[in-house]
Design a binder for this molecule. Structure first.
Ligand code: SF4
Ligand code: SF4
Length: 390
């Protein structure tokens, strides 16, 4: 398997492998916390699977799944006790690596004059438990945008640099998933410290775990484990391979970058604009969208001021505001900007697609606009245009 492309077959890493059970999962959270890491993972909260700090592996959503469709997210009970057989939730890891609100500085007026203090609170060192292959790819995309290059973001870098990643291969894709057609799953690509594949067989709930880094191997060595048998390896490979065949959605099999460049005047943009509310939900939930704005606030006395950095969205009218007004004043132009950047010009800027096929933008769009359906409609339009051209 080409691990850099994601894929359907789990890889065996040379740095160590073992099988753990639910006690081993408790041990994993305990070992990571004992190393001073803040462990973040999926847990059940307010009718959704949300990412939050785990004090124990018992907080994982054992026995819960999700039903996903465009504009729809529902929890459901599973017939087995699997913890990770559920696809992307409302948040992604960018919530922790690239927070929605960051105070940059604050200023106080005192009798001695004005003091300005940069906000330099140290970030916790995170361990992310349950990073899907699509989200692992999304972190790699954000690494290129915010972590490297001529202007790296210090907040992102400080949060990302020490992060320990436990990836979980996907065995239960949702109805809105299409990582296969984006080359981002369901097997994990590079970038993890540990990766696991869950097998929730009756009487033998186990996780096939492999280390991808020396630190991952150290953690694995501290856990109660048993040796890997060929039956477990084969079952895990089958489960991940079957997930690849059960994706709920797919992108059209064409050069998406080219498609975006060739369809700038397509009538489909008017069609989608008639449905789009310009709410920006799709950009907030997208694990790769990274745009921010700044906001200055003062208190009523005028003695205290702060500057905050906030997530922003290209669907916001102010996002493209220049001296003469917004450059993209119509919903049509804003949706086109989002899609053509995500699937097209992202390649020119960062060398990859900006979409990893997680499906969040479909699920959390209040009117169920489906990025795969829009891309397919644009593709159909180019095919019709080719057929009809003299
Ligand atoms: S564009 Fe949609 S499917 Fe693609 S990565 Fe963003 S949220 Fe996920
Ligand atoms: S596509 Fe959907 S989620 Fe995105 S801005 Fe439009 S209505 Fe909101």
């Amino acid at each position: 398997m080409n691990r850099s492309d994601g894929g359907s077959a789990p890889a065996v890493d040379p740095l160590g492998e073992a099988v753990i059970d639910r006690d081993g999962m408790r041990g994993l959270v305990g070992v990571l916390r004992a190393r001073g890491l803040t462990v973040i993972g999926p847990t059940l909260r307010e009718e959704a699977l949300v990412l939050a700090e785990l004090e124990s592996a018992d907080q994982l959503p054992y026995g819960w799944g999700v039903e996903l469709d465009a504009g729809k997210y529902r929890l459901c009970r599973r017939t087995d006790g699997a913890a990770f057989a559920n696809s992307a939730g409302p948040q992604s890891w960018k919530t922790f690596l690239h927070p929605a609100r960051v105070r940059q500085w604050r200023a106080e007026r005192t009798e001695d004059g004005l003091t300005v203090e940069a906000d330099s609170a140290a970030a916790p060192r995170f361990a992310f438990l349950g990073v899907r292959p699509c989200d692992l790819r999304a972190i790699a995309v954000q690494d290129r945008v915010l972590g490297t290059g001529p202007h790296p973001d210090p907040v992102y870098r400080s949060r990302r640099s020490g992060a320990f990643i436990v990836s979980v291969e996907c065995t239960e894709p949702g109805g809105t998933c299409f990582c296969v057609s984006m080359g981002a799953g369901p097997a994990a690509g590079p970038g993890y410290d540990l990766v696991l594949t869950e097998l929730a067989d009756p009487g033998d709930h186990r996780f096939w775990m492999r280390a991808g880094t020396p630190e991952g191997a150290e953690v694995l060595a501290e856990l109660p484990t048993r040796e890997v048998d060929e039956t477990t390896r084969a079952a895990a490979r089958r489960a991940v391979g079957a997930a690849a065949d059960r994706m709920g959605r797919a992108m059209p099999g064409t050069d998406l970058r080219r498609l975006m460049a060739d369809t700038l005047e397509a009538p489909r943009w008017d069609d989608v604009a008639a449905r789009c509310l310009s709410c920006g939900n799709c950009t907030m939930v997208c694990p790769t969208c990274f745009c921010t704005t700044t906001e200055d606030v003062t208190d009523l006395t005028g003695d205290h001021a702060e500057r905050w950095r906030l997530w922003d969205s290209c669907f916001d009218l102010d996002f493209s505001l220049l001296s003469g007004g917004p450059v993209r004043s119509s919903p049509q132009s804003r949706y086109r900007q989002w899609l053509t950047h995500k699937l097209g010009t992202w390649y020119d800027q960062f060398g990859s697609s900006g979409c990893v096929g997680c499906g969040r933008c479909l699920v959390w769009c209040p009117v169920g606009i489906d990025i795969t359906e829009e891309a397919a409609a644009l593709h159909d339009w180019t095919l019709r245009a080719e057929t009809e051209s003299p």
